[in-house]
Write a protein that binds this ligand. Structure first.
Ligand code: PHE
Ligand code: ZN
Ligand code: ZN
Ligand code: ZN
Length: 285
């Protein structure tokens, strides 16, 4: 897998920050900054040869949008999906939550093309709308699939907050869904192996209904993901392991107006993007 250049991911974040600044300071569902974000990501993927589609849905009296992008080729009956939410809360630009996951999977998608990756499996990306209002976009997407289309998706990897300023390195616990979906444990182990290959210690976290993978697990699809922490406080043991500041939140600007370009840890952002690429190459090759 290619080592992802963190500066490229950061440049995408700068674009999302500019979009928010030009649209009232946020990229929230039903606000102009959201659709502008979708159109900007779409333009990058179209230029790289992806097949893109914008799926609309209605929530709370406003139109929401999911962006779906298919990488050409691979076995259409064996689909690996990566996704993250592209909307922010209304109070700020949402650069860590979730510009980071959105920008990281965008850069990984662009590197598939740049390195001429020819995976055996078919690879699809999703940027979800209205996550902040209750996983609305990802649920609309999964609900729109026939049972045959659902059964073709063998794995869904979710990235929501991957550059927290006081970062932890969390992998979604593959046993959180009951009954356990065996493939989720495999994805957990693969993500852990990815971090281990870069010498980064990890912990498991139970995300449950707090992000978009939940729409996929509810359909019996194997899921996994990474996370650098939100409002919870970093412990002394965690600060010894990962650095940063014990007794402080992983992200003190979570859901606030200060979730800007200054709210990013560059090392966490780059390491997570590297692990995303490592895991995609290992899963889809
Ligand atoms: N989904 C949460 C949000 O967008 C953030 C989160 C991600 C929380 C992963 C826990 C685990 O606000
Ligand atoms: Zn890197
Ligand atoms: Zn959020
Ligand atoms: Zn989020």
């Amino acid at each position: 897998a290619p080592n992802i250049n963190g500066a490229n991911v950061k440049a995408h974040l700068t674009q999302l920050q500019s979009i928010a600044s030009a649209n009232g300071g946020n990229r929230a569902h039903g606000r102009p900054g959201y659709l502008a974000s979708v159109n900007w990501v779409k333009s990058k993927l179209d230029a790289a040869g992806f097949t893109t589609r914008v799926q609309s849905f209605t929530y709370g009296g406003a139109t929401g949008y999911n962006l779906i992008a298919d990488y050409p080729g691979g076995d259409a009956n064996n689909v690996v999906m990566l996704g993250g939410h592209l909307d922010s809360v209304t109070s700020g630009p949402g650069i860590n939550d979730n510009g980071t996951g959105s920008a990281s999977i965008l850069e990984v998608a662009l590197q598939m093309k740049a390195t001429n990756f020819k995976p055996t499996k078919h690879v699809r990306f999703g940027w979800w709308g209205a996550e902040e209002l209750g996983l609305r976009g990802s649920r609309a997407y999964v609900n729109s699939l026939s049972s045959t289309e659902k059964s073709r998706i063998k794995a869904y990897l979710n990235f929501d907050m991957t550059g927290s300023p006081n970062p932890g390195y969390f992998v979604y616990d593959g046993t959180e869904h009951k009954p356990v979906i065996p493939g989720s444990v495999d994805l957990q182990k693969r993500l852990e192996a990815g971090f281990a290959s870069f010498g980064v210690p990890t912990e498991l976290t139970l995300v449950n209904g707090r992000s978009d993978h939940a729409a996929f697990t509810a359909a019996g699809i194997a899921t996994g993901g990474t996370f650098t922490g939100a409002e919870k406080i970093k412990t002394t043991a965690q600060a010894q392991k990962w650095g940063g500041t014990a007794g402080q939140a992983f992200d003190r600007c979570y859901h606030r107006s200060c979730d800007t370009m200054s709210n990013i840890n560059d090392t966490a952002l780059d390491r997570n993007a590297d692990v995303i690429a490592w895991t995609l190459w290992a899963t889809a090759a």
